[in-house]
Design a protein around this ligand. Structure first.
Ligand code: FAD
Length: 201
């Protein structure tokens, strides 16, 4: 015996409910462009994309500014940047540790000019950009080997800080970069904090 509700029997009611559910699903699917995620998730994803695209624009415009103000191209390969950095610092500190202890005026000028060009022509554009700015603030110290080596250690520490790397202890910089190049240990000996204080005021 079939029971009736609002003029429909049970079978008709089941078919009606199923049809309404199907129409509802199709409408929802079409109105979400085929995305079946729940609306709130869609909104969160959208707003996250907006933030990250703003951030990307700001990074892109910073990099564009750097690119426009450097001779060298940007270096996207991080591994290459790290490898180049290690080799370059080694060269840089070794050079400073072998600079004359009592340089002539001409030698001092040569070192200043060299460091400026070294920065401007450093093969990683963004590193070059930052290093040139750093030199404006901390010009090379050329009065002696010790002054030059300590200055080099100091600017490397500023780059370390910028890259969130630990600070290096500069007190033994001349010993650390004594290349053992067959011409005896570098004279000038151990650089003490006391000496460093005198040199940097
Ligand atoms: C001029 C210059 C500018 C750079 N600018 C950037 C930049 O803007 N962005 C970027 O991503 N990378 C930059 N780099 C590369 C970066 O500094 C590192 O070389 C790279 O990240 C590898 O780091 P590392 O931890 O192996 O040690 P590095 O910093 O390469 O140091 C090599 C070794 O030198 C010794 N050392 C560490 N600190 C000092 C110090 N203060 N004095 C003496 N010796 C020290 C340690 O034994 C260390 O293992 C730059 C490199 C140079 C030479």
């Amino acid at each position: 015996m079939s029971r009736k509700l609002m003029g429909f029997n049970a079978n008709q009611l089941v078919r009606l409910v199923a049809t309404l559910a199907l129409v509802g699903m199709v409408w929802y699917f079409v109105s979400n462009n085929g995305d079946m995620s729940i609306p709130s998730q869609g909104r969160i994803r959208e707003s996250t994309n907006v933030v990250s695209s703003d951030e990307k624009k700001s990074v892109d415009s910073k990099m564009k500014h750097i690119e426009d103000n450097t001779i060298m191209p940007l270096m996207e390969d991080q591994e290459a940047k790290v490898e180049l950095g290690r080799a370059s610092w080694k060269y840089f500190h070794t050079l400073l540790a072998r600079f004359p202890d009592k340089p002539t005026k001409a030698e001092r000028e040569k070192l200043s000019t060299f460091v400026q060009l070294y920065a401007e022509l450093y093969p990683c554009g963004e590193c070059s950009y930052h290093f040139v700015k750093l030199l404006d603030k901390y010009p090379p110290q050329t009065s002696s080997r010790t002054a030059a080596a300590l200055w080099g250690c100091h600017v490397h520490n500023i780059v370390n800080d910028y890259l969130k790397k630990p600070e290096y202890d500069c007190s033994t910089i001349l010993e650390d970069y004594d290349c053992g190049c067959g011409d005896g240990p570098v004279d000038g000996g151990k650089v003490t904090v006391e000496k460093e204080g005198r040199q940097h005021g």
